[in-house]
Design a protein around this ligand. Structure first.
Ligand code: FMN
Length: 335
């Protein structure tokens, strides 16, 4: 009997297939479908720092205008009894999911400032979240901000949170650090129990008719998984924290590669949005078949078996790969 189980953030999961934050993981009915199809855990959509800040400002404004008595002159809008803030709704969702599902539920916070996140982190923990993923979606657009300052923001946020909550914390990172491997190491030293490699940034587009910048969301493609696979292979042997492969995992082959280079789990998002929650069953069966055909007894046995230290040609993972690829293109075009 082949054992697909894997350990991630100290949690024992039945298999390495984990739906990452998306609208599918935010509704109980689709979350239930994901669980029934074989998802071993799920990550809720993020609670965004901006929306909590916005709500707080609205509330402060409301309380302020009441204390000034201005509501008598203006249209008075009492806070409705059933008013639920984003945070309240999020906490209620964690509790509802925990009551209805058996798989671990990982909460997700998206933001960069420490302010407020400590209290929020504690509340997520109390509501029953099994772990917390921090998605530090930060674009260093200010040229006076140095790389060190950017890294320190991540580390400070993590350190502050780790002091106040007990559940495991994992960081969903961008690949855009001068030294990704060093950043992962520093995060481990600051107490992260895991990293998710890598976050996808959505690039805004320009509308040529209105000349305005417009948001642009495109689902990933399988080719994007190669960046993740390469970096996980390079980093795996130097850290002893959990690694989730995320971004571009569209078929069972991509997922097998991520495990072979040392990922503990693979996040799935675009593929499930395209094919529906039941697609997890297809991947699960294909994964089992591959292990059987290749004589692996378990996912644990295959994990990391071709990371940098174990790869047959480790140098192919590094710079020399670039030269070979360019040369092979030139040769192909000569013939
Ligand atoms: C519609 C949509 C909503 C998403 N919402 C979130 C979110 O709330 N928080 C987050 O960290 N990632 C979010 N993501 C990113 C995904 O979790 C995932 O990291 C990304 O899509 C890359 O994985 P994929 O290639 O399998 O799609 C979202 C992605 C999509 C397409």
């Amino acid at each position: 009997m082949i054992d697909l189980s894997t350990e991630y953030l100290g949690l024992k999961l039945d298999n390495p297939l984990v739906p990452s934050s998306s609208p599918l993981t935010g509704q109980l009915d689709s979350a239930k479908e994901l669980e029934d199809a074989g998802a071993s855990a799920l990550i809720l959509p993020s609670l965004f720092e901006e929306s909590i800040e916005y709500e707080q400002k609205q509330l402060e404004h409301f309380v302020h205008s009441q204390s000034l008595g201005s509501y008598e002159a203006q249209s008075y809008q009492p806070i409705p009894d059933d008013y639920g803030s984003e945070l309240d709704n999020y906490l209620e969702r964690i509790q509802r999911f925990k009551n209805s599902l058996d798989i671990p539920i990982i909460a997700s916070l998206n933001g960069i400032s420490t302010n407020g996140w400590i209290e929020t982190g504690k509340e997520l923990e109390e509501a029953g979240a099994d772990a917390l993923e921090l998605n530090v979606y930060f674009i260093a657009a200010d040229p006076t901000t140095s790389g060190d300052e950017v890294e320190n923001r991540y580390l400070q946020l993590l350190t502050d949170l780790r002091q106040h909550i007990k559940i495991p914390v994992t960081m969903k990172l961008s690949s855009q650090f001068s030294s990704v491997a060093n950043m992962v190491l520093k995060l481990q030293q600051a107490g992260a129990q895991g990293v998710s490699l890598f976050n996808r940034f959505y690039q805004p587009d320009i509308d040529l008719e209105t000349l305005q910048v417009k948001p642009h969301l495109e689902l990933s493609n399988s080719n994007e998984s190669l960046l993740r696979i390469r970096w996980i292979a390079l980093i795996r042997d130097y850290v002893n924290i959990s690694i989730a492969a995320t971004g571009g995992f569209h078929n069972t082959d991509d997922i097998i590669k991520s495990l072979l280079v040392g990922a503990d789990i693979t996040h799935l998002c675009s593929i499930l949005l395209q094919n529906g929650p039941n697609h997890i069953t297809v991947i699960n069966n294909e994964l089992l078949k591959w292990l059987e055909e290749n004589e692996y007894n378990s996912v644990t046995q295959m994990k990391g078996s071709i990371s940098k230290a174990s790869a047959i040609n480790p140098e192919e993972l590094e710079h020399s790969n670039y030269m070979h690829v360019i040369k092979s293109y030139n040769q192909k075009n000569k013939s």
